[in-house]
Design a binder for this molecule. Structure first.
Ligand code: FES
Ligand SMILES: [Fe+2]
Length: 435
């Protein structure tokens, strides 16, 4: 490649990976709402340190139930606001007691208010503050300019009769290579199907190969579609496929994996999983959506955990390097979706420069009542199935045996899940043995 072309390509890759507020992509990404925590994480401690897009912040829930996201460091002398205490309205620094509201205004300066009330010093003080909203048990933050868009109300947030759980992990690499995995059908065959067989010490057989893939863009992302040796062009995996949800997620129907930039070298993976309860369990209304944090490496061996589906993905992502060096890639026809996604971001950078909204910004409240997405297993997820049908389906039964996507599900979450589904471990084991 001639030198000037190489420099152009390298700077384009750097452009796509950088997320700081002073970078073009950082500006673009700040136009979207980002999930940063499960609301249930604040049940045990009302503050949580959050690093998002390279900014150090503290998330809190005050005594009135209001959420806020403030600078991690107090505006006074920079004490860590994570150790502040929540009040009926806002968060108070534990050092000299300055109190801040969710809009960043300083509401109290105890000593100054007492000794120099006439100075009204607090009226001049603002701490960095960003809006937070709760949707479907997750807390969402917006770091961009006003007018802010709406937090998208994806239809799977509205599905009824399901048990949801939120699962987080911190991945030591740039968010963009994680998101590229959201439009990469062929990896499933090798990273999950074939590798899982070999991780169990077996050597084969190979799973059915992909024979055809396709990618189509729609308003809220891209669909990727596949035909494998064991499926046809009538299968939902081809007619509907899976969704690379814009700009930051993979949506498969029963779960949605968001890739959230902590900074340029770290990503928060935050997944919301939906398990439709059997029809006999209806109506089922979940009280609180549990959130748990999954480990990614095994302290006994120092190696990455490889037992679960997303852990296998994490291994691939971190293996690409802190920030994948795209100048050394050799793209192939299977990567067409990735090229489409990169081009969309690059053209949206131009759109932003021209004062336009980038892709998938939602501002219309009527549209946001429920944004319908392509879902291959729509009927099963919405209408559900009977207990007997559950136990008959090997994939559903596997999901009943344990959470398949990430290692480390706490036993109490598994118990809540089984109680919601109306199964006990013995029944599932018996059904599995009948196979
Ligand atoms: S450092 Fe926070 S009030 Fe002084
Ligand atoms: Fe995967």
């Amino acid at each position: 490649m001639p030198d000037d072309k190489r420099i152009e390509a390298e700077s384009r890759w750097e452009l796509l990976a950088k997320t700081g507020a002073d970078t073009p992509m950082g500006q673009l990404l700040r136009r979207y709402w980002w999930p940063i925590a499960g609301a249930s994480e604040l049940d045990t401690s009302p503050t949580k340190p959050v690093r998002l897009l390279g900014e150090d912040l503290v998330l809190y829930k005050d005594l009135s139930g209001g959420y806020g996201l403030l600078d991690r460091h107090c505006r006074h002398r920079r004490a860590d606001m994570t150790y502040g205490y929540v009040e009926s309205c806002g968060l108070r620094c534990n050092y000299h007691g300055w109190l801040y509201g969710a809009d960043g205004r300083c509401l109290e300066q105890p000593y100054e208010d007492m000794a120099h009330p006439e100075a009204h010093f607090k009226d001049e003080v603002r701490i960095k503050a960003y809006p937070v909203e709760e949707r479907c048990g997750m807390l969402w933050a917006y770091l961009g300019p006003e007018p802010r868009p709406l937090v998208p109300n994806w239809e799977f947030f509205t599905w009824k009769n399901g048990f949801r759980q939120i699962v987080t992990a911190e991945i030591r690499c740039n968010w963009f290579q994680c998101q590229e995995n959201s439009i990469d059908p062929v990896h499933f065959e090798w990273t999950h199907s074939n590798w899982s067989v070999r991780l169990k010490g077996n050597t084969g057989p190979y799973s059915p190969k992909h024979v055809k893939i396709d990618f189509t863009e729609f308003e809220y992302g891209f669909q990727y579609k596949r035909i494998r040796q064991d499926t046809s062009d009538e299968d939902g995996l081809w007619t509907i496929g899976r969704v690379c949800l814009w700009p930051n997620a993979l949506f498969t129907g029963d779960h949605c994996e968001f890739r959230v930039p902590i900074d340029d070298e770290n990503t928060l993976s935050i997944t919301i999983h939906f398990a439709r309860v059997p029809r006999e369990r209806e109506p089922y209304v979940q009280g609180r959506i549990p959130t748990w944090h999954g480990p990614i490496n095994d302290p006994a061996t120092g190696r990455w955990i490889t037992t679960h589906v997303m852990n296998q993905d994490f291994v691939a992502w971190v293996g690409q390097g802190e920030i994948a060096d795209r100048s050394k890639e050799l793209l192939a026809p299977s990567d067409r979706g990735i090229v489409m996604a990169r081009r969309r971001f690059l053209s949206d950078l131009e759109a932003l420069e021209n004062g336009k909204d980038p892709k998938a910004i939602v501002r219309d409240a009527t549209i946001n009542e429920r944004i319908v997405l392509p879902v291959a297993e729509r009927h099963t997820l919405i209408e559900g199935r009977t207990r007997a049908e559950y136990l008959k389906d090997p994939l559903a039964r596997r999901a009943l045996q344990g959470y398949v996507f990430q290692a480390g599900q706490p036993p109490e979450v598994r118990d809540e899940f089984l109680a919601a589904m109306g199964f006990n471990g013995m029944e599932i084991d018996a059904a599995t043995r009948r196979d």
